[in-house]
Design a protein around this ligand. Sequence first.
Ligand SMILES: *[C@@H]1O[C@H](CO)[C@@H](O)[C@H](O)[C@H]1NC(C)=O
Ligand SMILES: *[C@@H]1O[C@H](CO)[C@@H](O)[C@H](O)[C@H]1NC(C)=O
Ligand SMILES: *[C@@H]1O[C@H](CO)[C@@H](O)[C@H](O)[C@H]1NC(C)=O
Length: 218
Amino acid sequence: MKFNLLVIITVVIGSISALPNNQKIRQTPLGVPYQGKAIQINKKILATKKLTFQSHPAGNASWLGMSFDYQYIEPVFEILNSTKVPLLSRGESHVTVISPPEFSVLSTSGITIDQIDQIALNEKIQHSKVKIVCLGKEDVDGKIVYQLIVIAPNLVKIRQKVFQLFAKQGGNTSLFDPNSFWPHITVGFTSGDLFIQDGVYKGTNVCYRPILLVHKIK
Ligand SMILES: *[C@@H]1O[C@H](CO)[C@@H](O)[C@H](O)[C@H]1NC(C)=O
Ligand SMILES: *[C@@H]1O[C@H](CO)[C@@H](O)[C@H](O)[C@H]1NC(C)=O
Ligand SMILES: *[C@@H]1O[C@H](CO)[C@@H](O)[C@H](O)[C@H]1NC(C)=O
C-alpha cells in the first residue's frame, strides 16, 4: 500500500515536471505533432479584470463576449502575417461566449441581451480564469484562420446559467447546448473567419503551435 502511494506520488511529480512550460513541447493535447515552434505571449494577456465588460447588442444578432487586450495579441498577429499569406485582423480581441446564431435561438424564448449581460456581470465574466492551450490554425475552403485556443470553466458556467434561464422561459432545450463551446481568441484570417456552420471545430484538434507565456517577449 505504502509502496503504491510512493509510486503514485513519483508519477505525479514526474508528470508535473514534464508539463509543457518550455519550448520543447512537441505534441498537441491530442497527441499529434505541433507544426512549428512555440510563440511567446506576454502573461499580462490574462489580466482581463482590468478591462471593463462590453455589451454587444445587435438585435437578433446580439452576442456575449469576454474582452482581452489586443496589444498582447498584436505581436502574435505580426509573427503570422507575411507577404506570402497576408492576414487581416479585427484590431480587437475577445472570446465569444454566446454567438449571434446562438442568441437568435435563445431570443425565441424571449431572452434579451440585457438578461444575458446581467448573468455575465453577476458571474464576473472579466475575472474568468483562462488557460491558453495553443495557437490553432484552420485551412478550409481557401480560408486560413488563426486563433488562440483557450479553456475557461467560468464561461461554461455562464452559458449554463443562460441555459437555465432559456429552459425556465420555455425555450426548446434541443436547440441550445451550453457545453457545445469551443472558446478561442481570433488572431487573424486571410479573407474571413470560419465558424461551426462551416463545419469547423476550434478545439485542441486545430492546435498548430505551442504558446509560451512570458514576462517579457524576447
Ligand atoms: C434576424 O432577423 C432577420 C429579419 O427577421 C433575419 O433575416 C436574419 O436572418 C436574422 N438573423 C439571425 C442571426 O437570426
Ligand atoms: C500584413 O503583412 C503584409 C505584407 O507584409 C502587409 O502589407 C500588411 O500591412 C500587414 N497587415 C497588417 C494588418 O499589418
Ligand atoms: C424543438 O425544436 C425542434 C426543431 O425546431 C422542433 O422540431 C420541436 O418540435 C421543438 N420541440 C418543442 C417541444 O417545441
